[in-house]
Design a binder for this molecule. Structure first.
Ligand SMILES: *Cc1c(COP(=O)(O)O)cnc(C)c1O
Length: 423
């Protein structure tokens, strides 16, 4: 039987070669970027399916095109599963990714010029939380709260003071680089105090919340919660908005026709199956192991003398200050680790003394290696390899040996959906 791959191989050998290269890169290296994961074979099957052919503007039962028998079913299942899993009244599963999902919330609930109180970007907030280089940063007035002290706590008295001073219309919790969990209840109270919406962007930790190992902002009465579907949830690239009943219409109208046209039904189908798989004992075990693995990786690095932002982790993520630890910036550290097959990313730290393209730290996470089946002992090995590589940065022979060790470790843990290398 001729497969899609066979057709690609003969139709466009250049791109086929890149696909094979990327497959081998993912097989042989270890993915430690906390926002990345290896998705399910079911998701890969649906993303490459004929659902990509279908236009489905509108919502189930109210579409602008015919032929929606199966797409309606798929989207209803995705929404229902999302509501059950996250204990929300309503779900919109159409955002094309994380950035449009947040834009849809801001544009649907606020007027241009309104104030949003959000986490400072160098303290962990995301680009879509009003970075000056983003369109949203121009359209809305973002005011910032920060973390405080060596433990990176958030002083909610200070957040309340900022809210009373600036009267935001929306109070936003959420992060892309913060190795701790949020206490959501005080943020709900602060939003109530000033008559603002309470919103959480849980893009990084959606899977950890779905499985109950981290707190769910919806349980604290938040109005709206957004999450990407491709990070700890392990699904296709996409975004989801969960919300209370009273703003459901505004959110839906904001996504379509406010911001987007036709949803990507291949991704919506893949989100539906991701949510089914997230509601299983196996996924809860996975989520728990992701946290355990992060804690062990942190302990291993601390034992090697590493400096960790906030002193450790209570989620899936670590931020290692290589500048204060080894006088090495995050860009140099990322490069050394790439050399040994450990993929990480450079990271700014709170009030970073170094510039954004050569910041002080690297960011690590365990969702992807945990998906491959790695446990405590492997985290100890990875942490030791990492510290050894960083402290022997210029020693090519040493790095080559560490690279071999990583490849050998990776060999024992196949990437889901990828056959073992056939050479
Ligand atoms: C990843 C992320 C996003 C954006 O997602 P994209 O799919 O890259 O657009 C938004 N918010 C947070 C907190 C994230 O971590």
């Amino acid at each position: 039987m001729t497969t899609y791959r066979d057709v690609l191989q003969s139709g466009d050998p250049d791109i086929f070669e890149c696909l094979i290269g990327e497959e081998n890169r993912q097989r042989e290296g270890l993915e430690l970027i906390p926002s990345e994961n290896y998705t399910y074979p079911e998701v890969l099957a649906l993303l490459g399916s004929v659902f990509t052919n279908k236009y489905s503007e509108g919502y189930p039962g109210r579409r602008y095109y015919g032929g929606q028998e199966f797409t309606d079913k798929v989207e209803r299942l995705a929404r229902d599963r999302a509501c059950t899993l996250f204990r929300a009244d309503h779900a919109n599963v159409q955002p094309l990714s994380g950035s449009p999902m947040n834009q849809a919330v801001y544009l649907g609930l606020l007027e241009p010029g309104d104030t949003i109180l959000a986490m400072d970007l160098s303290h962990g907030g995301h680009l879509t939380h009003g970075a000056p280089v983003s369109h949203m940063g121009h359209l809305f007035n973002f005011v910032r709260y920060k973390t405080t002290g060596a433990q990176g706590a958030i002083d909610t008295d200070d957040v309340l003071r900022l809210a009373q001073e600036h009267r935001p219309k929306l109070v936003l919790c959420g992060y892309t680089s913060y190795p701790r969990d949020f206490d959501y209840a005080p943020f709900r109270a602060i939003a109530d105090e000033v008559g603002a919406y309470a919103m959480a962007d849980v893009s990084h930790v959606g899977g950890l919340i779905a499985s109950g190992v981290l707190a769910n902002p919806m349980d604290a009465g938040f109005d709206v919660m957004t999450t990407t579907t491709h990070k700890s949830l392990r699904g296709p690239r996409g975004g989801m908005i969960l919300c209370k009943k009273d703003i459901a219409k505004k959110i839906d109208a904001s996504v379509f026709p406010g911001l987007q046209g036709g949803p990507h039904m291949n991704a919506v189908a893949a989100i539906a199956v991701t949510l089914k798989l997230a509601d299983t004992a196996a996924f809860r075990t996975y989520a728990k192991q992701t946290l355990t693995n992060a804690a062990i990786l942190a302990d291993t690095l601390l034992a090697q003398g590493a400096h960790l932002i906030t002193g450790g982790t209570s989620n899936h993520m670590l931020v290692v200050n290589t500048h204060s630890w080894l006088n090495m910036d995050g860009t140099a550290a990322e490069k050394v680790l790439d050399r040994v097959g450990l993929t990480t990313n450079k990271q700014i730290i709170p009030d970073d003394p170094l510039p954004p393209l050569r910041p002080s730290a690297i960011r690590l996470g365990t969702p992807a290696v945990t998906t491959r089946g790695m446990t405590e002992e492997h985290m100890t090995e990875i942490g030791t390899v990492m510290a050894t590589a960083l402290t022997h940065a210029g020693e090519e022979k040493k790095l080559a040996a560490l690279g071999d060790q990583v490849r050998h470790l990776a060999d024992g843990f196949p990437v889901p959906g990828l056959a073992a290398r056939d050479d």
